[in-house]
Design a protein around this ligand. Structure first.
Ligand SMILES: NC(=O)C1=CN([C@@H]2O[C@H](COP(=O)(O)OP(=O)(O)OC[C@H]3O[C@@H](n4cnc5c(N)ncnc54)[C@H](O)[C@@H]3O)[C@@H](O)[C@H]2O)[C@@H](O)CC1
Ligand SMILES: [K+]
Length: 496
């Protein structure tokens, strides 16, 4: 589903380094020229974002990220801005040394930071402490500087990467800058878009530094961004159709006390265009499921025969919402997995798979949150979050299916190593039933004929975009049902 372009490519830090080196070696662009371009791009972005600003506090580390900062400081001084520069350490290495020397040669002053350093007030602060070269959690003076930057009262612009963030995985093992804006260079680093990365970058801009596409050929990308435009990939409907054309989703779950989960998944499947949706649940839940949504069908899953009759009518299964892990849930789960129909597996459907790894149908999408992913991989949640990309790939490969690893910056991974990242969604979606809605959305798209990869990518995107629409500026207190109208808008490509 994603289409490759440099603005939607996500790279590992290693891949960006290889592009830098190729630009220097084959592209005829010396490192100093790249640094100058980075500083120029960042200063232009700064002026665009803070048009009234005239005073600057610049923080420079000892690597090339600091080099970018020294050159930006020069540009600002040349433009008659008042600039104060605070550096970590007495020296800079490589190309950054020349940038530091040029700053000093032209009369620029440097305050070398210590544990007592207080950052001078200014309209905007520029963070050039650490970029992609951060090697460990910041401690001592470096940690003190990051905390001081976070307490700074003006705007905060990060160069390339907010200092303290691991740009590969989006993790922050120590203090990390919370920027208002980040201008990234050469290519998007994948960690800016997932885990802690999504809270640290603020407004994101990318500058390719004029490195031509052929220089990047054959280097990555590692991953692709799902774009808003992908929401329009479902073909427009012809008029001469009937509901049978759009599939029959069977949602299986809703053990005692949990009728809401299947009700939510069922309506979500209808709202993205599934032709028919049935719910197999506990007999006592039927009234609750169809009570205010009579378009759903609901049947008691109370024995092997009734289950088989329901499976025979379905074209896609969604198994797991509220299923429980008791004998009732396990028997249904076992029958459903052996039916071989296109399948979405979520919640207790995943927990049962972790206990008993049955082979999965050829078209299967797993939708774990990090806790479920940890159970499926036999590790802990922290290990999943430490490298979400590796975890998503490992799951897709181990279970030979497509995986949606949920959480900020949801990832979609296929068994061949392909991976896509969804940059949409909001913290209002961290609430009960949102996962059930995603399950229903993906099942509803499978029912309309999309393959596992396309349904997982489009489903993740549509779910997140609907969440953003429904939340508007009020994410707190949003509930899963609030997404239904928005799902219908997004899946029809209605402008927001
Ligand atoms: N030619 C290039 O390679 C280009 C590099 N660019 C910039 O260069 C950056 C990468 O530069 P570098 O690889 O020099 O790395 P950084 O500048 O990100 O940081 C590396 C420096 O910080 C030190 N360091 C790492 N972790 C530390 C910690 N926890 N505590 C204290 N010190 C620590 C290292 O010893 C090294 O001196 C990019 O993010 C980008 O901003 C841009 O100028 C574009 C061109
Ligand atoms: K930085």
């Amino acid at each position: 589903m994603p289409t490759s372009s440099r603005s939607t490519n996500l790279y590992t830090v290693e891949q960006v380094r290889r592009i830098d080196q190729a630009a220097i070696r084959e592209g005829g662009l010396p490192g100093t020229e790249l640094m100058q371009r980075a500083a120029t791009a960042a200063f232009a972005a700064l002026r665009r974002i803070w048009p009234q600003a005239r005073t600057l506090t610049v923080i420079a580390g000892s690597g090339n990220n600091g080099g970018d900062a020294f050159l930006l400081a020069r540009l600002a001084r040349e433009a008659q801005w008042q600039v104060q520069l605070v550096a970590l350490g007495e020296r800079s290495g490589g190309d950054a040394a020349a940038a530091r020397d040029a700053w000093i040669r032209e009369g620029g002053r440097i305050t070398v930071a210590d544990m007592q350093t207080r950052l001078p007030d200014a309209d905007v602060l520029v963070d050039g402490l650490f970029g992609t070269g951060i090697a460990r959690a910041p401690e001592g003076v470096a940690a003190h500087l990051i905390e001081a930057m976070n307490a700074f009262r003006g705007g905060r612009l990060a160069l390339d990467v907010p200092s303290g963030l691991d740009a590969d995985n989006g993790t922050a093992p120590g203090p990390v800058l919370r920027a208002d804006a980040t201008v990234s260079f050469v290519g998007w680093k994948r960690g800016l878009f997932t885990a802690d990365g999504v809270d640290c970058c603020g407004q994101l801009e990318l500058d390719l530094l004029g490195i031509p596409d052929p220089v990047c050929a054959g280097i990555g990308p590692d991953c692709e961004l799902l774009e808003a435009g992908f929401a329009n990939v479902l073909p427009p409907r012809i008029r001469n159709v009937n509901k049978g054309r759009f599939g029959h989703v069977l949602i299986i779950g809703g053990d005692i006390g949990m009728p809401g989960s299947v009700r939510l998944a069922g309506e979500a499947a209808l709202r993205v265009g599934a032709g028919l949706v049935s719910i197999a649940t506990r007999a006592q839940h039927i009234g609750a499921v169809v009570g205010d949504r009579p378009e759903l069908m609901a049947m008691a899953a109370d024995g092997p025969q009734s289950t088989e009759a329901m499976l025979a009518r379905a074209s896609v299964l969604a198994v797991g919402p509220g299923l429980g892990q008791g004998a009732w849930g396990h028997a249904l789960w076992d029958k459903a997995l052996r039916a071989g129909l296109p399948l979405v597996l979520d919640a207790d459907g995943l927990n049962l798979l972790a206990r008993q790894p049955l082979p999965l149908p050829a078209t299967t999408v797993l939708t774990p949150h990090p806790g479920e992913a940890a159970r499926l991989l036999g590790c802990d949640t922290a290990a999943i979050q430490a490298d979400r990309f590796a975890a998503a790939r490992a799951l897709a490969s181990r279970y030979a299916c497509v995986v949606v690893l949920k959480g900020a910056g949801s990832l979609v991974a296929a068994a061949d190593g392909r991976i896509a990242l969804c940059p949409f969604g909001n913290p209002g979606m961290a609430s009960a039933g949102m996962g059930d809605v995603l399950t229903g959305v993906v099942a509803g798209l499978l029912a309309q004929g999309l393959g596992a990869w396309d349904a997982a990518c489009l489903g993740t995107l549509v779910h997140a975009r609907a969440g953003d629409r429904a939340a508007g500026p009020r994410p707190r207190g949003m509930i899963a049902s609030d997404l239904f109208e928005a799902l219908r808008d997004v899946v029809n490509g209605s402008p927001s």
